[in-house]
Design a protein around this ligand. Sequence first.
Ligand code: F6R
Length: 612
Amino acid sequence: MCGIVGYVGKPPVVGTVLDALSRLEYRGYDSAGIAVFNGRGIEVRKRVGKLKELIASLNTQPLEGQAAVGHTRWATHGEPSERNAHPHLDCRGELALVHNGIVENYAELKARLLGQGHRFRSQTDTEVIAHLVEEHAKRLPLAEAFRSALKELRGSYALCLIAKRDPTHLHGARAGSPLIVGLGRGEAFLASDVPAVLARTRRVIYLNEQEVVELSTSGVKLTTLNGTPVARKPSTVSWDLSAAQKEGYDHFMLKEIFEQPSAVERTLYNRLDAAKGQIAFDHRTRAFLSRLSSREKFVIIACGTAYHAGLVGGYMLEELAKIPVDVDLASEFRYRAPMLDRDTTVIAITQSGETADTLAGVRLAKEQGAKVLAICNVMGSSIPREADAVLYTHAGPEIAVASTKAYTSQLTVLYLLTLSLAKRRGLVKPARLRELLTTLGRLPRLIERSLAAEPAIKRIARRYARARNFYYLGRRYNFPSALEGALKLKEICPRIHAEGYAAGEMKHGPISLIRNGWPVVFLATDSTVYEKVVSNIEEVRARKGECLLIASEGNRAIRRHADALITVPKTEELFSPILIAAPLQLLAYHIARLNGCDIDQPPNLAKSVTVE
Ligand code: F6R
């Protein structure tokens, strides 16, 4: 949460920082600010609201300089206001700092600094860092003062600092929040995430935990908190700028929904040979899987949409690979007393690789002797680095706050993992495996056919856009789809209350709410539980609910149960969630659009939840 950028290089410095910030706005957008060293001193501009407010202000009254730090905020300590927006300054306004994370011991540090005569202007935890560096810099060179200040912090941070005393350098550090270095020609960046720098460079260095960096146009100095030098070569990222741009779509979310066939295709690429019945993983993952014991138990941990992918994974791993699986919300897992041992593999699913609860779950698992396998979209992020093995999804950068292509790519990896384990354990006959792998290989084309339902979905969205309550119901593999469909709608359309439920649970309470015209989205594709779902549909219809059905192509009989119908390609039950995903996303998207919602940046949300 919160996006940070630092830049040293050529003019226009401010324009470059704003452009980079615009690609990080998904991380928070309740206020934004920039601090620029103008050759004489540091000037700051901040605005409440989205980045466009700051840009408008800078258009009317420009700032320019040689180095700058910028920030787009998702408030933790202190309401969204100009006072609380970053960058924050020391007492003399000679150093400026942006921060992503939480300083847990800020109250005690603040009390001490106040006692030492420092004057605070904001209610934030971040401002203490600026004063702390100022205090240490009374005795030490800036780089050392910065490191000494960092040693006093508890909590999480990605930081970037510029100072009048050393205006040609950016000083950065990370602990618990992501930070990358971008190396361009005659310019250098610090940023929360790769998309920020893609317009200028694909050469990046990922900072590890507790690392500090000093950066100028002529070089990078990476050290530990103690100042011990760290050698690390830059990596070249494969994402290109188009991946971080809307490319003619009205919203990133829509673009990312339509990117799903290619995201799934990339995730399968080089891993699947259906004709030979083979699944290939990298060497480290193969070695990891070969170490699993016959008593192995899986615990899948994740948050939000990734948790829903995990729930689908739980069904398939138990059914096909016969491995016992618990699926847990990472925020619960980390605070219960899970029974883990050497025969447990914790599978952490995460798009960003930075979600605080999932990361804490990974650490807990390792402390207790369990193995960790990460399923992640962002290379070099924290969770894959701490895991014993990683299966990357190759969805490309996901910018919209609502996760779409990351979800279907996570499902794709779970299919690969499940079928690979089923094969290793001799639980699937070769002919059946080839059949399943052939369908897996066809998923990109099948998802294209699901996407072709968009015109029908738009019509349905128009019909129900004014409803204020929705249920989403499904069973078995599509119970998680119901949760995910409801999450998509409530997330991007805050005026609507949407709830996902197991269809079989309706009678145990929620059905009492159904009234005339209440829309209920039923996931009614062909499956082992199809008839049960049809009974649930009839129960809702009997109470005058409106049934919006997602069913398999060719199922004519279902029409008489439907007030509205969307069809998806007929497939094996385990693959139905991935084909149902796009229509659910499109339904949420079009309803939100008709309600005038801010689709890519819904209020109160941020994409990467790096705080608890
Ligand atoms: C929903 C959404 C969130 C994330 C959740 C986990 O559309 O985007 O629910 O799925 O915050 O994030 P990651 O996958 O980055 O760990």
